[in-house]
Design a protein around this ligand. Structure first.
Ligand code: NAD
Ligand SMILES: O=C(O)C(=O)C[C@@H](O)[C@H](O)[C@H](O)COP(=O)(O)O
Ligand code: ZN
Length: 379
C-alpha cells in the first residue's frame, strides 16, 4: 500500500473540506508547544476556556497553558473527572454554568484538551453556551486523535443509550500532538487502536494489511504512529466531507458500534469494565461474525479480524468483559435505541469481507437476538 508521503518538516496537515466550516487537522510530535500561536492565528486576543479532565490536566495542562501564554492568550481551566461518566447531563449542566459564571464571551474560544470524552462534552458545551462559541480540539488519546476530534459529532450519554443527546458541531482546528500519547496507558492506547483498525475494515484492505505488519511500530511511536494517525484522519475527513450529518455513507464509521454501544450501556458506562474502544473491538468482531453467519462474509475474514484485534491485546468476545452483562432483552433495548434505526427498522454495518463493509437496513431483530444468544451475550 502507498501511504501519503510525509510533508516536509515534522508536521502533517489533513484538511476537512466543509467549505466555510472546513478546518485543518495538524499532526505531529510536540505540537502542544505551538498550540498558542496556532489558536491565536485564528482567534487573536480571544480568551481560551480549557475544558479538560483531571488526569490530562496533571500531565499536559502546564505545557498547553505555557503555549497559550507565550502567544499572549488569556485562559481559564474547567476540569472534570476523567471517564465516561463525565459525558452526562449533570456534568454538562455544571460546565455550562461554570462557563457562564466566568467572563467568557461569545467570541472567545473553547479548547477541548483530552480524550474523546472531553472532546464530545466540550464540543457540545461550546455549541450551546451563549448559542455557540468556537472550539478547537486538542486530542490527547489515540482514539481522539484518529476519530473523535474529527467530524463534529458531540454530545453526552443518557440512561437510554450512548451519545443520544448532542449536536453536530465542527471544531475550528484540531491539534493532535502525537508525543502526548507516550503517557497514555497501554489499555487506553489499545482501545484507540480499535478505531484505527476500523478504517481498514470499512473500505481499505491495504491499510488493514499494513496494520497487520506495522501495529507494533504504532504502539512504539513515530514514524508508524504518526503515519497511522494521519492515514486515519484522511479517511475520516473524506467521509465527513462527503456526508457531514450521516445521511448515508458516514454510517460506515459506525462499524462495530451498534453492538459496542449496547455493551457500553450494558455495563453502565463503567470504564473499569469496558471502555469505548474495547466495545468497538468486540462489536467489530461480532459484526464480522454476524456477517459470516449470514453467508455474507468469508468465515476466514471474520477469524482474521478477531486474530488481529486479539494479538494487539483487545477484547474480542462478550465473555472478555469482566462482571455480568445484562440479559439479551436489555441489550436488544439498547440496540433499538441506536441512532441508525430508521422507521423502526435496525440498521447494521455489515461486511462482505475485509475492507468491504456496507450499510444494511431492515436487519431482523430476531436474527440479532439469536446471534447474540449463540455468541454468549447476556449470561
Ligand atoms: N465524536 C466522535 O466522533 C467520537 C468518535 C469515537 C469515540 N467517541 C467517544 O469518545 C469517548 C472515548 O474517548 P477516549 O477513548 O479518548 O476516552 P477518554 O476521553 O475517557 O480518555 C481515556 C482515559 O485516558 C486519560 N488520558 C487522556 N489523555 C491522556 C494522556 N495523554 N496520557 C494519559 N492519560 C490520558 C483520560 O483521563 C481517561 O482516563 C467515548 O465517549 C466515545 O463515545 C466519539
Ligand atoms: O464519526 C462518526 O460518524 C462515527 O460514527 C465515529 C464513531 O467512532 C464514534 O464512536 C461516534 O461517536 C459514534 O456515533 P453515534 O452517532 O453512533 O453516536
Ligand atoms: Zn467510536
Amino acid at each position: 500500500m502507498t501511504l501519503s508521503p510525509a510533508e516536509t518538516g515534522a508536521r502533517r496537515t489533513v484538511r476537512v473540506d466543509l467549505g466555510a466550516r472546513g478546518y485543518d487537522i495538524v499532526i505531529g510530535d510536540g505540537l502542544i508547544s505551538e498550540a498558542g500561536a496556532r489558536i491565536a492565528a485564528l482567534f487573536p486576543r480571544a480568551r481560551v476556556a480549557i475544558i479538560t479532565d483531571e488526569t490530562v490536566a496533571e500531565l499536559h495542562l502546564p505545557a498547553f497553558k505555557a503555549a497559550l501564554e507565550a502567544a499572549g492568550l488569556d485562559h481559564e481551566t474547567f476540569p472534570v473527572k476523567p471517564g465516561e461518566a463525565s459525558k452526562s447531563f449533570p456534568i454538562f449542566e455544571d460546565l455550562c454554568d461554570r462557563l457562564l459564571a466566568s467572563r467568557l464571551e461569545r467570541g472567545d474560544v473553547v479548547a477541548a484538551l483530552g480524550g474523546g470524552v472531553i472532546g464530545d462534552l466540550a464540543g457540545f458545551v461550546a455549541g450551546v453556551v451563549r448559542r455557540g462559541m468556537p472550539f478547537v480540539q486538542v486530542p490527547t488519546t489515540l482514539l481522539a486523535q484518529v476519530d473523535s476530534s474529527v467530524g463534529g459529532k458531540t454530545g453526552i450519554n443518557t440512561r437510554h443509550g450512548k451519545n443520544l443527546v448532542g449536536i453536530f458541531n465542527q471544531p475550528a482546528l484540531v491539534l493532535a500532538d502525537t508525543a502526548v500519547l507516550d503517557t497514555l496507558s497501554p489499555r487506553e492506547f489499545r482501545a484507540g487502536y480499535a478505531e484505527v483498525a476500523k478504517y481498514g475494515l470499512i473500505d481499505d484492505p491495504d491499510f488493514f494489511v499494513w496494520l497487520e505488519e506495522n501495529w507494533a511500530g504504532i504502539f512504539e511511536g513515530a514514524p508508524a504512529r504518526i503515519e497511522a494517525v494521519a492515514h486515519s484522519c484522511e479517511a475520516k475527513a473524506r467521509v465527513v466531507a462527503a456526508d457531514e450529518r450521516e445521511g448515508g455513507v458516514r454510517a460506515l464509521l459506525n462499524l462495530g458500534h451498534t453492538f459496542g454501544h449496547a455493551l457500553e450501556r450494558g455495563v453502565g458506562y463503567d470504564g473499569a469494565l469496558l471502555v469505548h474502544g474495547e466495545g468497538v473491538s468486540i462489536g467489530t468482531v461480532l459484526a464480522h461474525r454476524f456477517s459470516a453467519e449470514m453467508g455474507l462474509c468469508p468465515a476466514e475474514d471474520a477469524e482474521r479480524v478477531e486474530r488481529h484485534l486479539a494479538i494487539v491485546g483487545l477484547p474480542t468476545h462478550m465473555s472478555d468483559i469482566p462482571g455480568q452483562l445484562p440479559g439479551i432483552p436489555e441489550l436488544m433495548r439498547y440496540i433499538a435505541q441506536d441512532k441508525k434505526v430508521s422507521r423502526g427498522a435496525l440498521t447494521f454495518i455489515l461486511t462482505r469481507g475485509i475492507g468491504r463493509s456496507f450499510i444494511e437496513k431492515g436487519v431482523d431483530p430476531a436474527a440479532v437476538e439469536g446471534f447474540l444468544e449463540r455468541s454468549g451475550g447476556g449470561v
